[in-house]
Ligand binder design. Structure first.
Ligand SMILES: Nc1ncnc2c1ncn2[C@@H]1O[C@H](COP(=O)(O)OP(=O)(O)OP(=O)(O)O)[C@@H](O)[C@H]1O
Length: 353
C-alpha cells in the first residue's frame, strides 16, 4: 500500500500538503508531505488523534478540499485539479459515510437512498429497482418506508452505507462511521463494510481514532500525527512491529501492551545491580500465537516466566498476541534468544528489582 508507487493505486497521495488560513494571518498546516498509495480492494484505516489531519486527508479524495501542494489521484485521475464535469465524474465513483449519518429527516429510508440517483438523473423505474437491491444488501428489509427518527443508530448507518453505494462507486470513504455507535452495533456495521469490500471489490478508506476499528477491519493502515504520516503498511505488520511511539500508544488500548500499575511504577530502564527481573514484551505472530512457547521455555531451558499481561486476538484473519512477561534478568538474554529462534518477537521493556 505504501511508498511512492502510485501506478495502479485506487487512491494515491503524493507529497500532499494542505495549509489553512489561521487566526491573525497565520497558516495552519493541516497536512505536510503526505505520500500514501491505497491499492484497489484494500481497506485502509487512517488513525490519528483529534486535529491530526484525518478529515482533511479524507476530504481530499472527493475534492471537498484541494491540496495546497502535491497530488491526490483516484483511479489515476487528479482530484485536486479536476473541476466541473471531471470532478462530478470522480465524485460519482467515491461514496462517503459519516459519523452522524447525515440523513435527510424529511425523507424515508428509500427516499434517502434514492437521492444520489435522482441527482444523477437515473430513470424512476431504475431507481426503484436499485433502491430495493440496496435495502436488501444492507439488511434493512421491511424498513423502506420508515423515517430516520424511527431508526436505531446502526440502522441509520446502514441507510448511509446504502446511499453511499447507490451510484456504484469504486471507493468508499468512511469518516468515523462507527464512533457514534455502541460496541455491538459497531461490530455489525464493520462486518457489513467488510462484506461489501469483499463482495463488490470496493476500496475503503476509513478514518478513526480507535485502533480496535483498524484491527477488526483494515488490511492496511497509516498513523497520522501533526499532519504527517508517521507509520504505514499492512495492519498485521504494524501490530507486530510498531516503530513509532504514537502507534505504540494507540496499540496500548487494544493489545496486552499495558503494564499493570504495580509493575509500571517500579520499572527501571537500566538493569540494576543485584537480583532483578527483566520485563519482556513477546509478540506472537501467525501460527506461533497458539504455540505453548512459555511452557517450552520452562521445560527445555528451565527458565520460569511470570505473565504480567497479555491478549491473543485476531488482526484481520491472523491470530496475533502480545504478552508481557518477566524472567530472572540473569537469564533474560537466553530466554529472548530462544523465543526469537522460534519466530517470536521480543523487546526488553525494563527491569524490576
Ligand atoms: N477549514 C479549516 N480552516 C482552518 N483550519 C482548519 C480547517 N479544517 C481543518 N483545520 C485545521 O487543520 C488541522 C487538522 O484538522 P482535521 O479536521 O483534518 O483533523 P482530524 O484528525 O480530522 O481531527 P478530528 O478527529 O478532531 O476531526 C486542525 O488543526 C484543524 O484545526
Amino acid at each position: 500500500m505504501t511508498g511512492n508507487t502510485a501506478a495502479g493505486a485506487a487512491i494515491s497521495f503524493e507529497g500532499v500538503g494542505k495549509a489553512f488560513a489561521g487566526p491573525g494571518g497565520t497558516r495552519v498546516h493541516a497536512l505536510e508531505d503526505v505520500t500514501l498509495a491505497v491499492e484497489p480492494g484494500a481497506i485502509c484505516g487512517i488513525i490519528g488523534r483529534s486535529g491530526a489531519g484525518k478529515s482533511t486527508l479524507l476530504r481530499m479524495v472527493n475534492g471537498l478540499e484541494r491540496p495546497t501542494s502535491g497530488t491526490v489521484t483516484v483511479a489515476g485521475r487528479d482530484v485536486g485539479r479536476a473541476g466541473g464535469a471531471g470532478l462530478r465524474t470522480i465524485r460519482r465513483g467515491v461514496g462517503m459515510i459519516f459519523q452522524h449519518f447525515n440523513l435527510l429527516s424529511s425523507r424515508t429510508v428509500a427516499g434517502n437512498i434514492a437521492l444520489p440517483l435522482e441527482i444523477a438523473g437515473t430513470p424512476a423505474p431504475d431507481i426503484r429497482a436499485r433502491v430495493a437491491d440496496l435495502i436488501a444488501r444492507v439488511g434493512l428489509d421491511g424498513l423502506a418506508g420508515r423515517y430516520p427518527a424511527e431508526l436505531s443508530g446502526g440502522q441509520k448507518q446502514r441507510v448511509g452505507i446504502a446511499r453511499a453505494l447507490a451510484t456504484q462507486p469504486r471507493v468508499l470513504l468512511s469518516d468515523e462511521a462507527t464512533s457514534a455507535l455502541d460496541p455491538e452495533t459497531t461490530q455489525t456495521v464493520l462486518r457489513l463494510l467488510a462484506d461489501i469490500n469483499r463482495d463488490l471489490g470496493l476500496t475503503v478508506l476509513l478514518i478513526t481514532h480507535e485502533m480496535a476499528v483498524v484491527r477488526d477491519i483494515a488490511s492496511h493502515m497509516a498513523v497520522i500525527e501533526g499532519g504527517r504520516i508517521v507509520e504505514s503498511g499492512p495492519t498485521y505488520d504494524i501490530f507486530a512491529r510498531p516503530t513509532h511511539p504514537t502507534t505504540r500508544s494507540f496499540l496500548g488500548g487494544v493489545t496486552g501492551l499495558t503494564l499493570p500499575g504495580f509493575i509500571a511504577g517500579r520499572m527501571e530502564e537500566a538493569r540494576p545491580d543485584g537480583p532483578s527481573d527483566e520485563v519482556i514484551r513477546v509478540t506472537f505472530a501467525g501460527t506461533h500465537a497458539t504455540d505453548p512457547m512459555l511452557s517450552k521455555l520452562a521445560t527445555e531451558l528451565g527458565i520460569a516466566s511470570n505473565i504480567l499481561a497479555g491478549a491473543i486476538e485476531e488482526v484481520g484473519p491472523h491470530p496475533f498476541g502480545n504478552l508481557l512477561i518477566s524472567v530472572d534478568a540473569q537469564r533474560g538474554a537466553e530466554a529472548r534468544a530462544y523465543l526469537e529462534r522460534h519466530g517470536l518477537l521480543t523487546k526488553v521493556l525494563g527491569y524490576v528489582r
